[in-house]
Design a protein around this ligand. Structure first.
Ligand SMILES: *[C@@H]1O[C@H](CO)[C@@H](O)[C@H](O)[C@H]1NC(C)=O
Ligand SMILES: *[C@@H]1O[C@H](CO)[C@@H](O)[C@H](O)[C@H]1NC(C)=O
Ligand SMILES: *[C@@H]1O[C@H](CO)[C@@H](O)[C@H](O)[C@H]1NC(C)=O
Ligand SMILES: *[C@@H]1O[C@H](CO)[C@@H](O)[C@H](O)[C@H]1NC(C)=O
Ligand SMILES: *[C@@H]1O[C@H](CO)[C@@H](O)[C@H](O)[C@H]1NC(C)=O
Ligand SMILES: *[C@@H]1O[C@H](CO)[C@@H](O)[C@H](O)[C@H]1NC(C)=O
Ligand SMILES: *[C@@H]1O[C@H](CO)[C@@H](O)[C@H](O)[C@H]1NC(C)=O
Ligand SMILES: *[C@@H]1O[C@H](CO)[C@@H](O)[C@H](O)[C@H]1NC(C)=O
Ligand SMILES: *[C@@H]1O[C@H](CO)[C@@H](O)[C@H](O)[C@H]1NC(C)=O
Ligand SMILES: *[C@@H]1O[C@H](CO)[C@@H](O)[C@H](O)[C@H]1NC(C)=O
Ligand SMILES: *[C@@H]1O[C@H](CO)[C@@H](O)[C@H](O)[C@H]1NC(C)=O
Ligand SMILES: *[C@@H]1O[C@H](CO)[C@@H](O)[C@H](O)[C@H]1NC(C)=O
Length: 693
């Protein structure tokens, strides 16, 4: 949703821990740092790929110290799902390795992800009672993309707090996501009222309702992705290992459309930045991302850069649909309401004065892999990488990171809130199809295979698997299995036939508290409820069925392999997708598909507010001062100036006197987007700003 980075940091990245609460200037990376003697870039091939030793250690330490109790807590002695206690005993020490992937889709995706995690979290009483709560505790990985990266960042930068505290606050020092405060113009439509100005002027690092509009703190500056391992929860091996990801736009392509599957997909863990794609297969130490390496080495001993990996910047790099939604011609943002677009573009335009820019609509990363894999890596000769929204290649669920062979996952939970269907905004599986295709072509050498799924979005719909939890890949034909199991949780209408509130637009950037609460509850209820064929009732056995799915791959690691229990076989008959005997959407009667606003009072209030304040919105463009210290990437405010004049007659007055200076200061020639080459990396020089979805 194209949120300025600091806004992201503000809403999702408040670190409740001991990490540096720096000043605003801490957004700037530190340059000319002495480079350590140890190599910072590692290069491998699909055949000899390996995990970073610290990732390996985190996973295996957690598997030996934390997970045995977590599994026991979740499935007990296994008798509930029909397994002999001795079988479960034998599984100890060799459980299925599980990952959870949370899709993009703006605030919808963040809330949907929150609702699903809540339904899988043993810390939630109703999830625990249903038997689904516990999967989160036994998961080894959590990956997020775009809107899903916000929830990932939010959880880890806040020491793995509960979903409830994260979204709604804890009544104390955490106020939650505050989704009712519109992020483009939180204090209402008048961008120039004092509160909005304060808000734009500074973005708080630990935000509460009372300090939301003040500017006296540093808004998450100084919170680094590479500091996640210093948080207490991580130190105790409590959370899964986090990963967010980004797509890349081939440098020089200037693409403003969706990508084909070929361009390199990158990931950011707290340890590393890089790609497992066969054509790159290289990683750089996250603490030194931002350094310009050539052939894996810095130009000299003191050419290293640290502090590039601001948590907000990482999330912003994953959530940057900017290149696809900014219409250069009309200076509008596709998908946004016009008032939200005005607020965002306004903030961006002011910030341009503070920054320098390269490609203006992407997150620019110094290329740490320059010179590497010149035969296959398409940006091998480029100084910079251009990272864009993780969903740009049509994969909206970050599954690729979890299929990496070296990670050895057995079960992957796909949390999909894509808005595929044109009017109702439900997912239709197209993201899963895209992932399956990329995995089985481009990533064949480096990643696990994808299990059988419906071939097309139309098949996802006709089989109904986009409307209820489904397990894919239940019956591998070999041992070890040729693919992991995929558990699919699509955003879908309430199973009890109520009106849905969860199929909202990607660009909706304000939700009333009532809406958010019902949103999370509906998703939570669907997540713990499964489905009972031909009814609108929850399945009292779904918790058991989910446990069956989670333990099934552990059977394959035992010799002799114990048979699947009867309880689990029954579950699988209901929840597994069998391509030879596909289910039907007719088993899911009584669902309502059309969004119904749960809080029309709130919305009509906002609308009438807008109607009343329209004059203020336009008039307010005069005389405004915004000093967000960070930022960056963009500006084409000038292009097609005539259109802009028609649309923003007053802004023009504001800009007329400073356009030339502004343009010169950022290296743009008037009316054109033409980044001018400058010296390499002056202090603070980077696209520290990105936009999100
Ligand atoms: C926030 O409050 C909780 C208790 O409500 C406390 O444990 C925690 O240390 C506080 N965090 C900060 C940063 O003050
Ligand atoms: C992987 O193999 C390539 C080529 O065979 C080799 O250059 C590289 O050093 C190896 N990397 C590791 C980590 O073993
Ligand atoms: C459970 O395991 C024990 C010990 O291996 C065995 O004696 C018993 O027959 C098993 N029970 C079932 C129902 O398989
Ligand atoms: C914060 O807001 C106050 C009040 O408008 C202003 O005087 C001050 O300069 C602002 N500080 C920053 C860092 O923007
Ligand atoms: C992309 O933009 C750059 C800078 O404007 C230009 O030099 C280049 O030719 C463009 N590339 C393509 C493929 O249009
Ligand atoms: C990054 O490099 C520093 C300095 O060599 C080292 O201490 C740190 O462990 C490295 N981190 C990772 C994740 O490799
Ligand atoms: C090392 O490289 C950096 C970045 O290119 C440059 O700013 C610095 O002057 C170089 N230092 C020396 C001693 O050459
Ligand atoms: C990988 O590199 C090869 C050799 O340049 C190229 O033919 C292929 O298209 C590249 N694959 C992708 C996915 O970009
Ligand atoms: C558990 O989830 C339900 C449904 O969203 C919610 O109402 C409840 O407050 C949650 N409880 C806790 C302890 O998080
Ligand atoms: C969720 O389920 C609970 C328990 O069945 C029910 O009380 C509540 O109304 C449901 N919430 C929604 C939003 O459907
Ligand atoms: C659901 O109903 C259809 C016919 O309406 C029937 O063919 C099907 O067997 C039923 N499914 C179950 C699981 O009862
Ligand atoms: C775990 O399973 C693997 C095979 O999948 C086996 O090689 C290994 O010995 C098992 N480890 C334990 C502790 O049982």
């Amino acid at each position: 949703m194209l949120l300025p980075l600091p806004l992201l940091a503000l809403t999702f990245g408040l670190f409740d821990g001991a990490a540096a609460q720096g000043s605003v200037t801490d957004y700037a990376p530190t340059t000319n740092v002495k480079c350590p003697a140890a190599p910072l870039v590692r290069v491998f091939t699909p055949q000899n790929q390996s995990l970073h030793p610290q990732e390996q250690a985190y996973i295996s330490t957690r598997e030996s110290t934390i997970l045995p109790d977590a599994w026991k807590e979740w499935i007990g002695d296994g008798s509930g799902i029909g397994y002999n206690a001795s079988v479960v005993q034998a599984m100890q020490g060799n459980w299925s390795r599980i990952g959870i992937a949370i899709s993009g889709g703006g605030f919808r995706a963040a809330q949907y992800g929150a609702g699903v995690l809540s339904g899988l979290d043993a810390r939630n009483e109703s999830a625990k009672a249903a038997g689904t709560g516990g999967l989160l505790q036994v998961a080894s990985y959590l990956s997020g993309l775009s809107g899903g990266s916000w929830i990932t960042g939010s959880l880890y930068m806040n020491n793995w707090l509960t979903i409830k505290d994260m979204v709604f606050g804890n009544g104390g020092n955490l106020s939650g996501w505050l989704l009712d405060l519109n992020l483009a113009a939180p204090a209402g439509i008048d961008l120039f009222n004092q509160d909005n100005q304060y808000f734009f002027g500074s973005l708080v690092w630990s935000t509460t309702r009372s300090n939301f509009f003040t500017n006296d703190s540093a808004h998450g500056a100084g919170q680094l992705w590479s500091q996640i391992p210093e948080t207490p929860a991580f130190q105790q091996y409590i959370p899964p290992f986090p990963i967010v990801m980004s797509d890349s736009r081939p440098v020089g392509s200037n693409l403003t459309t969706a990508l084909t599957p070929e361009p390199v997909v990158y990931e950011m863990t707290p340890l590393e930045f890089g790609s497992w794609d066969p054509n790159l297969s290289a990683m750089v130490n996250m603490s030194f991302a931002g350094t310009h390496f050539v052939n894996g080495t810095p130009p000299n001993d003191t050419a290293c850069v640290t502090g590039f990996d601001q948590a907000g910047f990482i999330m912003g790099s994953s959530a940057s649909l900017f290149n696809q939604i900014l219409d250069f011609g009309t200076n509008t943002l596709t998908g946004f309401s016009s008032q939200d677009a005005s607020g965002l573009l306004y903030v961006l335009s002011r910030q341009l004065q503070e920054v320098r820019t390269r490609a203006n609509d992407v997150a620019n990363w110094p290329n740490p892999f320059q010179g590497l894999k010149s035969q296959t890596f398409e940006d091998s000769s480029s100084d910079w990488l251009e990272l864009i929204d993780g969903s740009s290649n049509a994969e909206n669920v970050p599954l690729g990171q979890l299929f990496v062979r070296a990670r050895g996952l057995d079960v992957i939970v796909a949390v999909d809130s894509s808005a595929d269907q044109s009017t109702t905004l439900w997912p239709n599986g197209s993201s899963i199809v895209a992932s399956s295709n990329r995995m089985s072509t481009i990533l064949l050498a480096s990643h696990q295979k994808f299990p059988p799924i419906p071939q097309t979005p139309a098949d996802f719909i006709s089989t109904g698997v986009n409307r209820r939890p489904t397990f894919f890949g239940c019956n591998p034909t070999q041992n070890p299995p040729e693919y992991p199991m995929v558990i699919y949780f699509p955003n879908s209408p309430p199973l009890n036939g109520e009106n849905p509130v969860t199929n909202t637009g990607t660009f909706q950037i304000a939700y009333t508290p009532i809406h958010t609460r019902i949103f999370i509850d509906q998703v939570h209820n669907n997540t713990i409820g499964g489905f009972l064929p031909n009814t609108t009732s929850p399945d009292p056995n779904f918790g058991k069925c989910l446990q069956c799915a989670a333990v099934d791959r552990a059977r394959y690691k035992l010799s002799p392999m114990p048979p699947r229990s009867d309880v689990c076989s029954q579950c699988f008959a209901q929840y597994c997708f069998d391509p030879w005997n596909p289910p039907s959407q007719n088993e899911l009667p009584g669902r309502q598909f059309a969004f119904v606003d749960p809080d029309p009072q709130g919305v009509s209030g906002a609308l009438s507010f807008f109607a009343k304040n329209k004059a203020a919105l336009i008039g307010g463009f005069v005389g405004l001062f915004v000093a967000i210290a960070l930022l960056v990437t963009f500006l084409i405010w000038w292009k097609k100036r005539k259109h802009r004049e028609a649309e923003y007659s007053v802004v023009k007055d504001l800009h007329d006197d400073d356009d030339a200076a502004l343009l010169a200061s950022v290296g743009l020639d008037k009316y054109e987007l033409k980044p001018r080459r400058r010296g390499f990396f002056k202090g603070g020089d980077r696209s520290a700003f990105s936009f999100g979805f």
